[in-house]
Design a protein around this ligand. Structure first.
Ligand code: PMP
Length: 386
């Protein structure tokens, strides 16, 4: 039996054929003029998506590698840092900082809730000692997108630098790095940037470089200074051997994003998120996170009472060929997550919802076949273009 497969997870995400093909050509040597030209073009493309003129450092790593670089290159042992966490990836900032010896104050929110910028403002006012504030733009474990514009506003008057994990949000939800004054933005190749996994990025403001100049933590492979040195070489490059094929693919993907235009990319993602939420509600399911128009990367939904969440996602994958994600950490087995950041269009959502309806039947949950699909179709019909 040939089972056609559909990938609807929040990362890694599907990659357009032309992006895959771009990475399939012969290796370009990473110390050649041809590579420098490619690398400079990629940096330009990244600056467009990051909406910044700041330095962008590129690492051969997954998103966590770039997060780790931010921690080791900014916070020294004993430094006070503020972490605002509303899910698994906020928790990762806490764990990384503790691993490297920073003193973490945690603003811990219920999973499914948004970080409240007022709490960050109060914490910073109460204690002027924080060197950095760490938070997450799109909290992939819950589908919640935090309001980075407001968070940046409350951090700006203080000396602390703002570090944002935008691994699943960058390229799906607006993030105006320079206009909003976000010091450090971290992302990865394998989500909204429609590229295979393997590259991760960090944008670094002047204030963040100043903090970096005082850092006492060791760092070698992900040292920001080494990265910057290689960037400033007459032939700009990375300090170590990059995954050249991924870089070639990323170059193509960034070109596609530029052609679509960021505004339209964000609009398309808002429509996809809305269709997924309306479909879930029409099936009588309960959204796990808020019904928020900015929830553009992932839609998280409670698994109905009496249904085993891992069985539901297993049936979708094995019977219907549709891969979605289950819950992580404390909501493992209790929610499922439909990813729609990156190379997604209306019929990806419709396919996922159709298979969800069938799989729900298979696991004993009665909902009306076609009700979710119809709700998604109505959203797309209303919007007309995406
Ligand atoms: N942060 C967020 C918000 C993510 O979604 C992910 C990946 N799921 C990561 C960090 C970690 O990225 P990686 O798995 O690429 O290390």
């Amino acid at each position: 039996v040939v089972l056609k497969r559909y990938l609807l997870t929040p990362g890694p995400t599907p990659v357009p054929d032309e992006v895959l093909l771009a990475g399939a050509r012969g290796i370009v040597h990473h110390r050649s003029p041809e590579y420098s030209e490619l690398f400079l073009r990629v940096l330009d493309g990244l600056r467009y998506v990051f909406q910044t003129e700041n330095d962008i450092l590129v690492f051969s790593a997954s998103g966590t590698g770039a997060m780790e670089s931010a921690v080791t290159n900014l916070a020294s042992p004993g430094d006070r840092v503020l972490v605002a966490s509303n899910g698994n990836f906020g928790r990762r900032w806490q764990e990384l900082n503790e691993t490297y010896g920073a003193q973490v104050t945690l603003l811990d929110y219920e999973w499914g809730q948004k970080v409240d910028p007022v709490d960050i403002a109060q914490a910073l006012q109460a204690d002027a000692g924080y060197v950095a504030v760490f938070c997450t733009q799109s909290e992939t474990s819950t589908g919640v997108v935090n309001d980075i514009r407001e968070i940046a506003k409350v951090v700006r008057p203080h000396r602390a630098v703002l570090v944002v994990d935008a691994v699943s949000g960058l390229g799906a939800t607006d993030l105006r790095t320079d206009e909003w004054g976000v010091d450090v933005v971290v992302s990865g190749s394998q989500k909204a940037l429609m590229t295979p996994p393997g590259l991760a990025f960090v944008s670094v403001s002047q204030e963040a470089w100043e903090l970096n100049s005082r850092v006492r933590n060791p760092s070698y492979y992900v040292s920001w200074r080494e990265s910057k040195k290689a960037l400033e070489d007459p032939s700009p490059q990375m300090p170590w051997t990059p995954p050249v094929g991924v870089m070639l693919s990323l170059d193509k993907a960034l070109q596609l994003i530029h052609e679509e235009g960021l505004e339209q990319v964000f609009r398309r993602h808002r429509i996809l998120g809305k269709a997924a939420r309306e479909a879930a509600k029409a099936l009588g399911l309960e959204l796990f996170s808020l019904d928020d128009p900015e929830a553009t990367s992932v839609t998280a939904v409670w698994v109905p009472e009496g249904v085993d969440g891992s069985e539901l996602t297993r049936v979708m994958m094995l019977t219907y060929g549709v891969t979605i994600a289950g819950g992580q950490g404390r909501v493992a087995g209790k929610i499922f997550r439909l990813g729609h950041c990156g190379y997604f269009g209306p019929f990806d959502i419709i396919t996922a919802i159709a298979s969800l309806e069938m799989a729900l039947r298979d696991v004993g949950f009665e909902s009306q076949l076609g009700a979710g699909v119809a709700a998604a179709q109505r959203v797309f019909l209303e919007e007309k273009t995406w």
